[in-house]
Structure formats: structure tokens, C-alpha cells
Design a binder for this molecule. Structure first.
Ligand code: AQP
Length: 322
């Protein structure tokens, strides 16, 4: 099945990226799956060129370390396939200013900085281009991307209504548990590369002792009943969701086995450490071989361009470009 998803090289990858997105990518990978490091998106916020370069390679390495097999799925860097930027312009002429300015992430990020970049407003259109260029049927993403995915669907439907049936309308797919992993210190906010505090996010390359410390210090509540209740007990429910994603059991069933927060935290820490240790090990093996990495992403870009080129052409023709 045709699948497309992406990740920004905007910082160190965390447990939310893995449980909400990358783990799903591994499970559904197939020769029609395209996974990209969306470096153009990372330019919407301040980022030093040398940092972006390194983080793009870090991010590609993480995908491989998590289990994406480049012999099966295509792993590539967004800016290496110029159709993304070209398609984005076509779609900017289909999307409306009003719908972009209503995006929650835009409002949040724009409110934090005066003189924000125009790309911060238009980035969801670039994301729509990323998806629609591949005729993606499914887009496995975390819950935080639900609104952007809806925009991609609306833009595709509007394009088709205006210019004839041209683009595939995709659906978003979320994991059963931990679709939105919350910050461990502020459990009403999602764990994020660009915003979370050091104690609030578990990084994929954290040492086991740090993972244990962060989970033990995770903010819960002043009650002592272990219960899955995201509204009233967001911190505890977040830990139960993480545990559920790792073990496959439902959060409520897990909760019923515990009477003390401390015991639950210990077991969550053990489960997360077991899940992440092989990933960190593989990452450390792969990351030094930059030539091999570059060869993987060059091959991925060729495969991506073979698919994206004809779709771009279809859209350009439909709009009347010569
Ligand atoms: N907390 C999360 N829980 C579940 N899934 C998540 N994703 C991100 N955070 C969580 C999913 O990871 C994929 C890549 O998203 P991203 O690169 O936008 O990740 P980020 O950590 O959110 O990065 P930033 O730089 O901090 O971006 P913004 O500011 O946009 O949040 C996506 O599938 C996403 O759903």
C-alpha cells in the first residue's frame, strides 16, 4: 500500500516520535512506503545551517536504527526531491489564508515569536504536497498532525473539484495507544523536539539511567489510585499509554494491576529501556558511516522522484501549466 510520512530534523528524536509515528512506519513498511526527513519544514524555525545538516543525517540514521529497511521502503530527504517545493506552490494557490491562519500549531508558534517566518504559516501546505505527491493512501502520524492531515485532505478534494480528479485523498492512521505522548513534566502538552524541557521528554538516545530518572520524576497527581483517566489524571494516564503501546495491553487493564504509582513507574521505565536500548545501540553503529547513509538517501531520492515526478506533472497539467 502506498504510504508517506515524514519527520522534521528539528532536534533530538523522542519517545513521542517513535511511539506515535516511526514504530507504525516500521510495522507497515513495504516497497510502496516512502519515509522522508522533512528538512524544508525545519527551516520554519531558527536553525543554524551546520546544525540542520547534522540533524538531517541524525534523523535519517534514527529511521534506520528504529527498523526501517531501505532495501524495502524508500528513505529520503525532502529537499533532494524538488517536486515537493514545486507542488507546494501549486497547492498554495488552492489553500486559503483563512484556513492556514486557523491552524493550532501556527497560532501557538506564531504567538511565541514576533516576526515569525512566512513558512510557519504555509508549512501545512508543504506537508500536503509531501503527502499528495505520492498518491499516499495512508499517512501514519501522531495525533498532533490530525489537523494538518485534514487540511491535506481538504486541499486535495478542492483541487479535484476545481481541476478534475487528479489527486488521491489520503487518510491518517494513528496507533491504538500513545498517539499523543505527553511531556512528562507538563502532561497537558505534547512531548516535542522544539519545546519540551530536558526532564519532560525521553530521547531515543538517552542512557537507561536517564530514562529511569525521567520516568520516576514524571509529574502525576496527589491521589494514590492507579486509574486510566486522561482528563483528570493526565500524567499517570500518559505513563499508562506509553506502557500500553510497548506491551500491547490496554491502559485500563495495566492500571488494574497496580496499587502504587512507584511500582507502575518502575515497570514503565523497564519496558521503555528495553524498547529503546537496541535502537540506541544500532544508531551508534550506523551514524559514523556517513558515506553509507548518503548512499541510502540518494537511492531513496531517486525512488521518490520516480513517483513524485509524474504526480506533479499531472497536477501541473490539470492547472493549465504548459
Ligand atoms: N508527542 C508526540 N506523540 C506522538 N507522536 C508525536 N509526533 C511528534 N510528537 C509526538 C509524531 O512524530 C512525527 C514527526 O513529527 P515532528 O517532526 O513534527 O515532531 P515534533 O517532535 O513535534 O517536532 P517539533 O520540531 O517539536 O515539531 P512541532 O513543533 O511541529 O511539534 C509526526 O508523525 C508526529 O505526529
Amino acid at each position: 500500500m502506498r504510504i508517506l510520512s515524514g519527520i522534521q530534523p528539528s532536534g533530538d528524536m523522542h519517545l513521542g516520535n517513535y511511539l506515535g509515528a516511526i514504530k507504525q512506519w516500521v510495522n507497515v513498511q513495504n516497497p510502496e512506503a516512502f519515509y522522508c526527513v522533512v528538512d524544508l519544514h525545519a527551516l520554519t524555525l531558527e536553525i543554524a545551517p551546520e546544525v540542520l545538516r547534522e540533524q538531517t543525517l541524525d534523523c535519517a540514521t534514527t529511521l534506520l536504527a528504529c527498523g526501517i529497511d531501505p532495501e524495502i521502503s524508500a528513505v529520503f530527504v525532502q529537499s533532494h526531491v524538488a517536486y515537493h517545493a514545486q507542488m507546494s506552490w501549486l497547492l498554495e494557490c488552492v489553500a486559503s489564508y483563512g484556513e492556514l491562519s486557523r491552524m493550532t500549531q501556527f497560532k501557538e508558534k506564531a504567538s511565541r515569536k514576533e516576526g515569525y517566518r512566512v513558512g510557519l504559516l504555509t508549512y501545512p501546505v508543504l506537508m500536503a504536497a509531501d503527502i499528495l505527491l505520492y498518491d499516499a493512501v495512508e499517512v501514519p502520524v501522531g495525533d498532533d498532525q490530525r489537523q494538518h492531515l485534514e487540511l491535506a485532505r481538504n486541499v486535495a478534494e478542492r483541487f479535484n473539484a476545481r481541476y478534475g480528479d487528479t489527486l488521491t485523498v489520503p487518510v491518517g492512521v494513528q496507533p491504538a495507544a500513545a498517539a499523543r505522548v505527553m511531556d512528562l513534566q507538563e502532561p497537558t502538552r505534547k512531548m516535542s523536539k522544539s519545546i519540551s524541557s530536558p526532564l519532560g521528554s525521553i530521547l531515543l538516545l538517552d542512557d537507561p539511567s536517564d530514562i529511569e530518572k525521567k520516568i520516576k520524576k514524571a509529574v502525576t497527581d496527589t491521589e494514590n489510585e492507579v486509574r486510566y483517566d486522561p482528563e483528570n489524571k493526565p500524567g499517570l494516564s500518559n505513563l499508562l499509554e506509553i506502557f500500553s503501546n510497548v506491551t500491547g495491553e490496554s491502559p485500563s487493564v495495566i492500571a488494574s494491576r497496580y496499587s502504587r504509582y512507584g511500582d507502575l513507574k518502575s515497570d514503565v521505565a523497564t519496558a521503555v529501556i528495553e524498547e529503546l536500548t537496541p535502537i540506541a545501540k544500532r544508531y551508534r553503529e550506523l551514524r559514523p558511516d556517513v558515506a553509507a547513509l548518503r548512499s541510502v538517501i540518494a537511492d531513496g531520492a531517486r525512488r521518490a522522484a520516480d513517483v513524485a515526478g509524474p504526480v506533479y506533472q499531472r497536477a501541473a497539467n490539470a492547472m493549465g501549466l504548459l
